[in-house]
Design a protein around this ligand. Structure first.
Ligand code: NAP
Ligand code: GDD
Length: 337
């Protein structure tokens, strides 16, 4: 049995990666969770009740801000693979909380790397860092290995720090440390304030008469959007190679926020122009205009291909959120009946 330790297990990617690893018979999964006043484990609750997971799925309290606690857990769990997915991952919020974001995303990665380095003295341990296409920032598209980084937010600067520390630990200590530079990836489990989920939740609630308008920021930004389930498979593949390396993971297609709106509302037989309003509150002090990734290295060396294309991704999210909206409407009707 291999032991995998995941930070960020309650997030979108953590939940898909835990599911992916537990579907394999040879993994035990240990997730680090933060204490919160209300439980935030909706994305992973089902894993406790899935056949075959009994005794193979464990949660531990930890925080990327707390080095002592992470070192102690590293020593007691003694994992074979560590996936660092934990982060304050919202770019707009990072402008409001730059120091906190730098602490958790940047120094948090270094704290975890230190704990991994110490454990690696007594047993081999592999490390995966969740790096981001945001690090390319204003670099013109397509972005891929060799494209100079130009981060445009406190989040992106902090991710760049974590990325370089990962490479530095690989080169300095011969650690098996990989950095996956992942372009945007979405799913029905995407956080509700990221643009794709905000759109599919808003449009489906409008369709069901639960909401009248959707207030948005910059509709001209373009992103290379893939499906999170495909992207966690790429993380795992990186960790199974003979040598650690860094990879870009992307679909190689880019679409604007406006196109995402058109497709989502179109699937619901609505015109987004009738419902979308602009609010400067959702603009960023510095924007990343276009992301379009070159994942040819991952395709060639990892034999990785995305399975879900853009229209299928949008449809999957719309269908999921339409069901949520219908349930909400039904519950409201039931309460007022
Ligand atoms: P997410 O849904 O926002 O999940 C973030 C996770 O980090 C949550 O489990 C969260 O816990 C945890 N976390 C936040 N602050 C923490 C702290 N101080 N200590 C420990 N854990 C903390 O993000 P995601 O979309 O799954 O992304 C996973 C990782 O990939 C992140 O590092 C993100 O920056 C990076 N990334 C994402 C994308 C993308 O498009 N999704 C692309 C490139 C890179 P709570 O549930 O308690 O908040
Ligand atoms: N969130 C949000 N809300 N974004 C909006 C809105 C809005 O109302 N209106 C327009 N946008 C635009 C943003 O300005 C941005 O250009 C684009 O939509 C995408 O925003 P997000 O979905 O918040 O994602 P992101 O690209 O900033 O960051 C995500 O992808 C990164 C990888 O490139 C996050 O998942 C990061 O954690 C990740 O590293």
């Amino acid at each position: 049995m291999k032991k995998a330790l995941l930070t960020g297990i309650t997030g979108q990617d953590g939940s898909y990666l835990a599911e992916f690893l537990l579907a394999r018979p040879d993994y035990e999964v240990h997730g680090l969770v933060r204490r919160s006043s209300s439980l935030n484990r909706q994305r992973i609750d089902h894993l406790f009740h899935t056949d075959g997971n009994a005794g193979r799925f464990h949660l531990h309290y930890a925080d990327l801000a707390d080095a002592a606690n992470m070192s102690a857990l590293m020593e007691s769990i003694r994992p074979d693979e560590v996936y660092n997915l934990g982060a304050q991952s919202h770019v707009r919020v990072s402008f409001d909380q730059p120091l906190y974001t730098a602490d958790v995303v940047g120094l948090g990665t270094l704290r975890l790397l230190e704990a991994v380095r110490v454990l690696n003295r007594s047993k081999p341990v592999k490390f995966y860092q969740a790096s981001s296409s945001e690090m390319y920032g204003s670099a013109p598209p397509p972005q891929g290995p060799g494209t100079p980084f130009h981060p445009r937010s406190p989040y992106a600067c902090a991710k760049l720090y974590g990325h370089w520390q990962t490479i530095n630990y690989r080169e300095s200590y011969n650690l098996f440390a990989c950095s996956g530079v992942l372009f945007n990836h979405e799913s029905p489990r995407r956080g509700e304030s990221f643009v794709t989920r905000k759109i599919t939740l808003g449009a489906t609630r409008i369709k069901e008469g639960l909401q009248r308008k959707l207030v948005m920021g910059n509709l001209d930004a373009k992103r290379d959007w893939g499906f999170a389930g495909d992207y966690v498979r790429a993380m795992w593949l990186m960790m199974q190679q003979d040598k650690p390396d860094d990879y870009v993971v992307a679909t190689g297609e880019t679409h604007s926020v406006r196109e995402f709106l058109e497709m989502t509302f179109g699937m619901l037989d609505l015109d987004y122009n009738d419902f979308v309003e602009f609010d400067p509150r959702y603009m960023r002090p510095a924007e990343v205009d276009v992301l379009l990734g070159d994942a040819s290295k991952a395709r060639e060396e990892l034999a990785w291909e995305p399975e879900i294309d853009f229209p299928t991704l949008v449809k999957m999210m719309v269908e999921h959120d339409l069901e949520l909206a219908r349930r909400e409407k039904y519950a409201l009707g039931y309460q007022t009946a």
